[in-house]
Design a protein around this ligand. Structure first.
Ligand code: MIG
Length: 791
């Protein structure tokens, strides 16, 4: 614990009101509260009148992250000279009233956050509110939302200011989303810090000073949540309890998706769907970019290119393909256009500092901006989605919602391709709510589909975001490029989003900007088998990059990768369900499950699907071999391309993976059990007619399978597989919960890691053994199987 620094006396009196402790002095107010078990909150606010009033003024907070403001545990408060300590929910906050510094420890005595210095500067344009937290030397800092760089952000600095960065590079910052939340990993122990501030902010992650994590906000105050672990999954769970859980997506959204800024008509969509079907490539959705609109007017269709949109949607669905249209927030300024007329009539638009409706330029030109920071505007925008829901659309792609502006009328100096800092959102300035703009837009989209297509689960993609976005939408990482460096970057970037509460993020497969190649596209598809969604997307002017555009061998290998993805869907869908319940991301950094592993915080090139399947893609041109860090104490079986092999590697070591173009290195940890199915042209339900458990026998076997209709809100069933290998005997038990009956004729079990010898199975009538595995056909109603090996 660092010593409290010497500073002028800042704070004096205190009062406990309800569950909030307030401490105040001549210029500042601190409030301390405990919203949940394991979470402490410290707000720092300026108050110039504090000395003249018996009771300092603390304005109510509107959290754009959606954190409830009126719940909490009541702390015990204890005074010890200048130190004031509040304790609740397993945490203590000690404030040194002389200096204003504060420190948060848990009941085990671990210091989770120590504020060496802070200033709440009242929000004048030039002054900034600052917070300096002690950064222990060995700590890694993960998360911070959608950021470039490695998984561990120590030594970097970032700005939170949602920006349309076209195209971005591997060093670009800021990008499209702002999630000021980090998980600190220190000696295998995790804790979190979340600053619930939408104002433009900067963070310096032990870059300028090696022992300081420095935050600076353009806003008047600081709202800090400190979250206890000890495990990184605990931090994520508590962050989701504060800011919300992501809803379960429909199964189809996890299937293969194709997109192109350049599919311009019904004919183009039909053509691409046929291209997939003719080549026997799985396809579940096609994203429809801006050209479908009539003169870029949102909620319209160009009558020439889409004469009958209902037919277009229906015909695609008949091929098992969902269409996902893009929607931009900018509304064309055109009298007589219904959306614009309503927005003006009902005062829904962002205004200039002078009070006029702000006019900018985006794809529609001139364009006006709905003010999604106000509830009535969100409700109005939600109603617009009826146009799409009535056509049978249930997925949507919200773009340009930083918001982006190519230019702003009357503001030739418009900075950063967005609205001016002093633009007005009701009573708030743009500088305050810019980062929150996309959350309101995406909330409206989810509300709209929930209302007008209640039979379906909405699938909402957004480019921009603030903390809490996961309740409404998921992110793709915007305009990446068709380069190997962007393929490699996609892993830490998506995992960083996963550690920031966004479990379903993904990057554009093949790269958006620039020309991809057959090899890059192929390796990208392999690397992306575990992206939460798998969308090939590219920009106008770049080479076409559907899976067949580069001929053989690429087409065949991409088809294999898409089939691998299709086989993994029972597992991926179960992970999606776990993401919705427990806030664990689909693509998990090794550090999430192995915080003790010395290499995990710096492992940017592999990821886990669940806790037992490790994906180690090739990320460099021409490479056919790589090193793989295999974490933990248990052995890992090589299951390249999901095929049982002969190699088993010890945990806690690196392995060498040989991977020619047609090979994706995968490893299954001892004890891991992963549910797989057969590839299909597109998804139908998540009640799998074919089910294979790939199991690596170990001392503690565990696997899970979540099944339901794949969409909507019907019955479900959870199957859990447990078991243990004891000497030469493997026992497996299957239990099920839930109200969904599943009727498949049998389960197939593929068992790795058994000792050599003849096999006898009790509980099944059919089994075989080959060089790599034991294959068991288990009856539909099996509950227990015993596999005995005789030497
Ligand atoms: O100004 O809609 O990131 O995915 O294809 C570019 C056209 C606007 C940016 C998105 C990209 C999309 C493109 N959009």
């Amino acid at each position: 614990m660092p010593p409290f620094p010497a500073m002028p006396v800042r704070l004096g009196a205190h009062v406990l009101e309800g569950h909030t402790l307030r401490v105040w002095g001549a210029t500042d107010v601190l409030t301390v509260s405990f919203p949940l078990e394991g979470v402490a909150r410290v707000r720092a606010l300026p108050d110039w009148r504090a000395e003249t009033l018996t009771y300092p003024h603390v304005p109510p907070k509107h959290s754009f992250a959606g954190v409830p403001q009126d719940t909490g545990l009541t702390p015990d408060v204890h005074e010890d000279g200048p130190h004031l300590t509040a304790r609740a929910g397993g945490l203590s906050v000690t404030v040194d009233r002389a200096s204003g510094a504060w420190i948060i420890t848990n009941d085990a005595g671990d210091p989770l956050a120590a504020a060496l210095d802070w200033r709440a500067n009242g929000g004048s344009d030039r002054a900034r509110s600052t917070l300096t937290l002690h950064a222990p030397a060995r700590a890694a800092y993960l998360g911070f939302g959608e950021k470039v760089g490695p998984l561990d952000k120590r030594g970097l600095s970032f700005t939170f200011w949602n920006t349309d960065c076209f195209p971005h590079h591997t060093e670009s910052d800021p990008l499209y989303a702002s999630i000021p939340f980090t998980t600190r990993l220190l000696d295998g122990r995790a804790s979190g810090v979340f600053l619930d501030e939408t104002w433009r902010m900067d963070v310096d992650v032990a870059r300028t000073h090696p022992h300081e994590l420095r935050w600076a906000s353009a806003g008047p105050s600081l709202d800090v949540y400190v979250i206890d672990g000890p495990h990184p999954t605990d931090v994520l769970r508590r962050y989701a309890a504060l800011t919300g859980h992501a809803p379960l997506p429909p199964l189809w959204a996890l299937g293969a998706a194709q997109s192109r800024w350049g599919y311009e008509s019904e004919h183009d969509l039909t053509h691409v769907i046929r291209g997939y079907r003719e080549r026997d490539l799985p396809l579940d959705s096609v994203y429809v970019d801006i050209e479908y609109m009539d003169a870029f007017k949102v909620w319209t269709f160009d009558p020439g290119r889409f004469p009958d949109p209902a037919r277009t949607v229906r015909d695609a669905l008949a091929h098992g393909v969902h269409l996902v249209p893009i929607v931009d927030p900018g509304v064309k300024q055109e009298a007589g256009y219904r959306v614009y007329d309503e927005a003006v009539r009902d005062d829904h638009l962002v205004r200039t500092a002078r009070g006029d409706v702000l006019v900018g330029e985006v794809w529609p030109d001139p364009a006006v901006y709905p003010d999604f920071t106000r509830d009535e505007v969100v409700a109005w925008w939600a109603e617009q989605h009826r146009v799409f829901a009535d056509l049978g659309i249930t997925g949507q792609w919200n773009d340009m919602n930083e918001p982006a502006a190519f230019s702003v009328r009357g503001d030739p100096a418009a900075e950063g391709k967005t609205l001016p800092n002093d633009a007005r959102h009701g009573l708030r300035t743009h500088l305050e709510v810019h980062n929150a703009y996309a959350n309101g837009m995406s909330a409206a989209t989810r509300q709209g589909y929930a209302r007008y297509a209640p039979h379906a689960r909405p699938w909402v993609l957004t480019r921009a975001a603030y903390a809490g976005i996961q309740k409404h939408a998921t992110l793709w990482t915007g305009d990446n490029t068709s380069t190997w460096s962007h393929l490699a970057l996609s892993l830490p970037m998506i995992m960083g989003l996963g550690l920031s509460g966004v479990p379903f993020a993904a990057a554009d497969v093949g790269g958006f900007h620039g020309d991809t190649t057959g090899e890059l596209l192929t390796r990208w598809y392999q690397a992306a088998v575990g992206y939460a969604f798998l969308r090939n997307h590219s920009a106008k002017g770049s080479v076409m990059q559907e899976p067949w555009r580069f001929g053989e061998p690429y087409l065949s290998v991409i088809r294999d990768a898409l089939r691998l993805r299709a086989r993994l869907l029972p597992h991926l869908y179960t992970l999606a369900w776990q993401a919705a319940r427990e806030a664990l991301p689909v693509m998990r950094p090794v550090a999430l499950h192995h915080p003790d592993d010395p290499h995990a915080a710096h492992d940017d090139t592999t990821y886990l699907l669940g806790d037992a399947l490790l994906v180690a893609p090739i990320l460099h041109a021409g490479h056919t071999r790589r090193l793989v860090n295999l974490p933990g104490a248990r052995p890992w079986a090589a299951v390249f391309n999901l095929t049982p092999g002969t190699q088993v590697h010890p945990g806690g070591h690196a392995a060498v993976a040989d991977a020619a173009l047609d090979t994706l290195p995968l490893y299954l940890r001892a004890g891991g059990a992963v549910p797989l199915t057969e590839p299909a042209p597109h998804t139908t339900t998540a009640r799998w007619a074919h089910l294979t458990w790939l199991i690596h026998a170990g001392d503690a076997v565990h696997g899970a399978l979540y099944e339901d209709d794949g969409d909507g809100h019907g019955p479900h069933r959870l199957t859990e597989l447990t078991g243990a290998l004891d000497g030469a005997t493997l026992t497996l038990t299957r239990t099920t919960h839930g109200d969904l009956a599943v009727d498949r004729p049998h389960d197939t079990l593929v068992l790795l890691g058994l000792p050599d010898g003849d096999v006898r199975v009790t509980g099944a009538a059919h089994w075989t053994r080959d060089a790599h595995a034991v294959h068991v056909t288990a009856p539909a109603d099996w509950t227990t199987l015993t596999v005995q090996v005789q030497a």
